[in-house]
Design a protein around this ligand. Structure first.
Ligand code: PSU
Ligand code: MN
Length: 307
């Protein structure tokens, strides 16, 4: 019988850091292949790793390649995953097919959590998590990210969830599933491009140490699942909530008219928003992801001091 370890391919730098219990931060790759345009995403993929290094942690971008769960990519592998040609978006249900058929896969938040946990990485930085889609109470389009947050022990630093989602229901779902939702120096759950969603977090955490202590307490107590940290986009890069609302309503109408649903819906809406906001949202997207990487590195360092 094959063990999980036989599917893991951990880069030497990451392996060494894990062995020495040094801070490591996982990064997803769907944001590369399906979230940001090629070839501009190449710069982003490198810069976000540099920010984690500057923050005193080792970056581990995840992907699926040649039947392996990759933890930490070489420059050539990063390039491969940035070019969307032939790269499939892999959430939990797609992992087995991707592995068994030897396809190249970009990992969503859910899959990155699975890989991070398998490798022993406790902190992960992303842009925004998936959630309950608007109308999800009828369509049942609820991202697998939420179930993963319920069960897999990784701290996920995000800029909240996009306004394309039903943020209120997303938070209700997380509450039901027992996921602590923290704000990093905010009491409002952020809405990706906007610092406030109109919904509150469970707890406003004052610093990295406090977040690390919450993670430590949760997992020492044997409570399974994630700790979610909402880190608002820097003020100067934030977009106007009401203007975004109008753009998103238009994008959702277009998706409905074209019958776009399932795993294609999130990338479709993101692309529409980018086109309508003429790249303004693109710049903000980069800034918030870098900001999350910096905070994740700080949390990983604080956590490493506790264990
Ligand atoms: N939200 C964004 N940008 C993204 C995603 C979400 O603002 O690129 C990606 C993440 O990888 C997330 C996934 O895990 O989309 C969720 O997709 P779905 O709703 O199909 O689960
Ligand atoms: Mn979905």
């Amino acid at each position: 019988m094959k063990k999980l370890n036989q599917y893991l391919d951990i880069a030497p730098e990451v392996q060494e850091a894990l062995k020495a219990k040094k801070p490591v931060v996982a990064l997803e790759s769907t944001i590369l292949s399906h979230g940001l345009p090629y070839p501009e995403n190449l710069d982003f993929a490198k810069k976000i790793e540099d920010i984690i290094r500057e923050g005193g942690a080792v970056p581990a971008t995840t992907a699926i390649m040649n039947g392996k769960l990759k933890v930490g990519l070489s420059a050539a592998e990063r390039e491969r995953i940035c070019n969307p040609e032939g790269v499939i978006k892999v959430s939990r249900r797609d992992v087995a097919v991707c592995i068994a058929t030897g396809r190249t896969g970009a990992t969503t938040v859910a899959t990155t959590m699975i890989i991070a946990a398998a490798a022993g990485i406790r902190v992960f930085a992303t842009g925004g998590i998936g959630g309950v889609h608007r109308g999800g109470e009828v369509t049942m389009d609820i991202s697998a990210d939420l179930q993963e947050l319920a069960h897999t022990p990784v701290a996920v630093v995000c800029a909240g969830a996009k306004q394309i989602l039903d943020i209120g229901r997303t938070l209700e779902y997380l509450e039901t599933m027992g996921v602590p939702v923290l704000g990093y120096r905010t009491s409002s759950f952020p809405a990706f491009y906007c610092r406030e969603s109109g919904h509150q977090v469970d707890y406003n955490a004052k610093d990295y140490k406090e977040i690390a202590e919450i993670m430590h307490a949760k997992w020492t107590l044997g409570l399974e699942g994630a700790v979610l940290i909402g880190n608002p986009i820097p003020e100067e890069s934030a977009l106007d909530f009401d203007a975004m609302e109008r753009v998103i309503e238009g994008a959702i109408e277009k998706a409905n008219a074209q019958g776009v649903h399932g795993k294609k819906l999130t990338p479709f809406l993101l692309k529409e928003i980018k086109e309508v906001t003429e790249g303004e949202s693109y710049e903000s997207n980069l800034v918030l992801a870098y900001n999350n990487a910096e905070v994740a590195a700080g949390i990983a360092k604080a956590y490493a001091e506790l264990i």
